[in-house]
Design a protein around this ligand. Structure first.
Ligand code: 5GP
Length: 122
């Protein structure tokens, strides 16, 4: 699988504090911040601080079990945070690859809320 030979992305600059972001949750391994171009009234991205080969979800392997668990637990906590505009259901999304709409190749979980969502997603 891909390792960290790919160029770094804008998310590395956010982690490094080199470009600003509205951080809503952080620990030693993950960072969550508001999406700059929200597609729902509440739209937060949750990322691993260190990409470690996770350009996209389909690059994940058992070495990523811990970080993937942290990302999902953080997403679930954010999804019920009324102070962020959540609290009435959420859509949790990972876009895997360009055809699925992925633009930033540093794994991220979208947490969307504050409105209703249709299914299938289109
Ligand atoms: P993707 O399409 O890769 O799943 O999602 C990337 C997301 O990152 C998009 O929703 C986009 O709006 C967001 N994004 C891209 N650049 C920045 C940035 O510099 N700051 C923030 N906060 N979000 C960004």
């Amino acid at each position: 699988g891909l390792r960290d030979t790919e160029p770094s992305t804008i998310f590395d600059k956010i982690v490094a504090g080199e470009i600003p972001a509205t951080v809503v949750k952080e620990d030693d391994k993950i960072l969550a911040f508001k999406d700059i171009n929200p597609v729902a009234p509440a739209h937060v991205l949750v990322i691993p601080k260190l990409r470690r080969g996770l350009t996209r979800l389909s690059e994940a392997s058992p070495e990523h079990y811990e970080i993937l668990g942290r990302l999902m637990v953080a997403a679930g906590e954010i999804a019920k945070d009324e102070s962020l505009g959540f609290g009435n259901g959420a859509r949790i999304v990972v876009n895997d690859g360009p055809e699925a709409g992925q633009e930033v190749f540093h794994l991220h979980v979208h947490v969307l809320g504050g409105r209703a969502f249709s299914w299938p997603p289109g």
